[in-house]
Design a binder for this molecule. Structure first.
Ligand SMILES: C[S@@+](CC[C@H](N)C(=O)[O-])C[C@H]1O[C@@H](n2cnc3c(N)ncnc32)[C@H](O)[C@@H]1O
Length: 240
């Protein structure tokens, strides 16, 4: 449900008139890719999508899951899964993409990686092309959101090098984008409306996110009392 709404949010805030090649950076198993592409199909008849992911560490095998889903959903002709690193996308030619989309991918990179990725995005995007990056914000509105942010900081996932943030702040990303040459920067906020109030579901999520059992033990009472809730997302839109 959240990805359906996020896909709609993207469609409402992007201009598809001159878009024929879309790159999704860090597509994972296609959680956003598939609802997004289905919605683009309603407004455009000819376009193609490169679904790029490193598919390693905690995300090993995710691109294979995507491939299976694409076969099942008959989207193989439209979406091409590519196993590559956003910090070095040599498989993608200069100025070959009209739109770059990513969701919760920049948070996987450290500062150096983020700079490299932004330079790569600039290289592959056509002049006048659009780009949008979505990330969970690090500010919390209540205790359930505070728990999600803190749990994230105590994740034992083996994404290396480990970034110093849960998500990079939108101001930091905006400054880097601007320095690289992107223009028309706008930040919008998306209400994720995703919460896990039931204790057992919250515990299952913390396990899935590989949160340090020590953190979970120390916060058991709060998890029982508040559950977990995603904070809002910021989406940074810009053009080359
Ligand atoms: C938190 S998941 C988000 C997945 C999906 N975009 C979503 O919104 O649910 C982060 C994704 O970024 C991918 N990723 C992490 N580092 C990457 C890198 N350097 N290059 C390409 N993909 C990367 C991971 O494999 C994973 O699929």
């Amino acid at each position: 449900m959240m990805y359906e709404r996020l896909a709609r949010f993207l469609i409402e805030n992007l201009d598809f008139e001159n878009v024929s090649t879309i790159l999704e950076a860090g597509c994972g198993t296609g959680q956003l890719t598939i609802p997004f592409v289905r919605k683009v199909m309603r407004i455009k008849s000819t376009f193609k999508v490169i679904a790029l992911d490193l598919s390693t560490g905690p995300y090993k095998g995710h691109l294979d899951v995507l491939k299976t889903r694409l076969r099942r959903e008959r989207l193989k002709g439209l979406i091409t899964p590519v196993n590559a690193d956003v910090r070095d996308m040599h498989v993608i030619a200069d100025e070959s993409v009209d739109l770059i989309v990513s969701n919760e991918t920049l948070c996987e990179l450290d500062r150096n990686g983020l700079e490299k990725a932004i330079r790569e995005f600039y290289r592959v995007l056509k002049s006048g092309g659009q780009m949008v990056h979505g990330e969970l914000i690090q500010a919390f509105e209540n205790n359930a959101q505070r728990l999600v942010i803190e749990a994230n900081l105590h994740s034992l996932e083996t994404s290396l090098p480990k970034p110093e943030w849960v998500s990079p702040f939108s101001d930091e990303v905006a400054a880097l984008l601007h320095k690289t040459g992107f223009r028309d920067l706008t930040v919008k906020y998306f209400e994720t409306n995703l919460s896990f109030r039931s204790f057992s579901v919250a515990m299952r999520k913390l396990k899935q996110w590989h949160v340090d059992p020590k953190f979970v033990k120390e916060h058991l009472q709060d998890i029982k009392k508040y559950g977990l809730e995603y904070p809002m997302e910021h989406l940074i839109f810009c053009r080359k």
